[in-house]
Design a binder for this molecule. Structure first.
Ligand code: IMP
Ligand code: MG
Length: 186
């Protein structure tokens, strides 16, 4: 794998969404979510680790009272394809019974991770479960899940940055870019 220190990341083939574009869309999402959940005191449920950057910006774009919690799941390992086997590595801190839960995801790809998670959450008797994803790779969908709030449609390419990783790297890029295939094929 190539490496980079300081300066622009040379492992990126093309920037797909720049910082300003992401920020503007998150402002809109924040307004839509605030209107939709007014009076409901929703729980923003971030799925770690990929959603950690999106969550911090989205939460601040919402201007109604919310609570925040996180779950961590692992499904990929060091690969670019979801295995379909999802493991909860960190569970919620509190009960969600009777709560309006807004799941905050970085990207929905095959949909397997979310489909498993939603089934799991439904057993805990929440008032509602709604999905907000920054990126929607609709073309890659296998499981039957649909996000009600979508930041951007995403081409069927492997993207990194703004929380999204390959083998735990690139999460700290401020933009979202397509990873050079030679980086994950090598
Ligand atoms: P799914 O189960 O196939 O929908 O995969 C969902 C998870 O896979 C996401 O939460 C991401 O962590 C990861 N993922 C899917 N596509 C990408 C990508 O293009 N870049 C980085 N991570 C991805
Ligand atoms: Mg993830």
């Amino acid at each position: 794998m190539s490496s980079w220190e300081r300066g622009p990341c040379t492992d990126i083939l093309e920037v797909i969404l720049d910082e300003a574009t992401i920020a503007a869309r998150i402002e809109e999402l924040g307004r839509e979510i605030s209107a939709s959940f007014a009076g409901k005191n929703p729980l923003l449920l971030g799925i770690l680790k990929g959603s950690f950057v999106f969550m911090t910006d989205l939460a601040r774009a919402i201007d109604i009272p919310v609570e925040v919690d996180f779950m961590a799941v692992s499904s990929y390992g060091k690969s670019t394809k979801s295995s379909g086997v999802v493991r909860i590595t960190k569970d919620l801190d509190r009960s969600i019974a009777g709560r309006h839960v807004l799941v905050v995801e970085d990207i929905v790809d095959s949909g397997r991770t979310l489909s498993y998670l939603i089934e799991n959450l439904e057993t805990r008797n929440p008032a509602s479960v709604t999905i907000c994803t920054l990126l929607d790779k609709a073309e890659a969908r296998i499981a039957d899940v649909e996000a009600q709030f979508v930041g951007f449609p995403c081409p069927n390419k492997f993207v990194v940055g703004y929380g999204l990783d390959f083998a735990e790297r690139y999460r700290n890029l401020a933009y979202i870019g397509e990873l050079k295939p030679e980086v994950y094929q090598s």
